[in-house]
Design a protein around this ligand. Structure first.
Ligand code: IMP
Ligand code: MG
Length: 188
C-alpha cells in the first residue's frame, strides 16, 4: 500500500476515526471561539490536510475565517527535530487585536510551536490558541501545551494526513506508523 523499499506502514488512525475526532474538536473550538472572526494560521506543509478539514467543519459551525500559512523549518535529520527553528515565510495578514488559532500537524519536542507562538504573540493578537492534530508522548524539550489536541500518539515516526517522510506519504488519508526493516527511526 504505497510503501517503498524497506519502509513499512502500519495503520494507526483510520480515516473515519480521524474525521469523527475532528468533528468533536471543531465543536469545542466553535464553542470557545464563537463571536469573532477567527484567523487560522497553518504551518506548511504538514498541517495542510488537517487545516482544510478543520476549515470546512468550522464553516458548518458558522465561524468566519481568515486563513493564512507560515513556513518554518526545524528538522535536522529526516526523522528528528534539530531544535533549531527558522522562519522561512511569515504570515501576510495583520493579526493585531484578532483571535488567532495556530494549527500544526504534530507536537514532538515542542520547539516549533514554541517558536511560532512567541513570534505571533509579538504581533499582539487579542487571543492566541493552538491546535495540533497529533501530540507525541515524548519528554518535551520546551514546555509548550497546546489548547486543542486531536490524538495522542506513541513516540513513533508517523506519516499521512499531511505528515511526511522525505516529502512522501503526505497524501495518505489516514495516519500510519513508518518503520524501517532492521532499523529503528531513533537511530538515524
Ligand atoms: P517539534 O518542533 O519537535 O515539536 O516538531 C514538530 C515538527 O516536526 C512537526 O511540524 C512535523 O513537521 C515534524 N515531525 C515531528 N514528528 C514527526 C513524525 O512523527 N512524522 C512526521 N513529521 C514529524
Ligand atoms: Mg511540520
Amino acid at each position: 500500500m504505497n510503501q517503498i523499499g524497506n519502509e513499512n506502514l502500519t495503520l494507526l488512525i483510520s480515516e473515519s476515526k480521524l474525521k469523527q475526532r475532528i468533528k468533536s474538536l471543531v465543536k469545542r473550538i466553535a464553542h470557545d471561539l464563537r463571536g469573532n472572526e477567527l484567523v487560522v494560521i497553518g504551518l506548511l506543509r504538514g498541517s495542510f490536510m488537517f487545516l482544510s478539514d478543520l476549515a470546512r467543519m468550522l464553516y458548518l459551525q458558522d465561524i468566519p475565517l481568515i486563513i493564512d500559512f507560515m513556513i518554518v523549518s526545524s528538522y535536522g535529520s529526516q526523522t528528528k527535530s534539530s531544535g533549531n527553528v527558522k522562519l522561512i515565510r511569515d504570515i501576510s495578514v495583520n493579526i493585531e487585536g484578532k483571535n488567532v488559532l495556530l494549527i500544526d500537524d504534530i507536537l514532538d519536542t515542542g520547539q516549533t510551536l514554541n517558536f511560532v507562538a512567541k513570534h505571533l504573540i509579538d504581533k499582539k493578537p487579542a487571543l492566541l490558541k493552538s491546535c495540533v492534530f497529533l501530540n507525541k508522548t515524548v519528554p518535551r524539550t520546551v514546555d509548550f501545551k497546546p489548547d486543542y489536541v486531536g490524538f495522542t500518539v506513541p513516540d513513533s515516526f508517523v506519516v499521512g494526513y499531511g505528515l511526511d517522510y522525505n516529502g512522501r506519504y503526505r497524501e495518505l488519508p489516514h495516519i500510519s506508523i513508518l518503520s524501517f526493516e532492521g532499523k529503528n527511526y531513533m537511530e538515524d
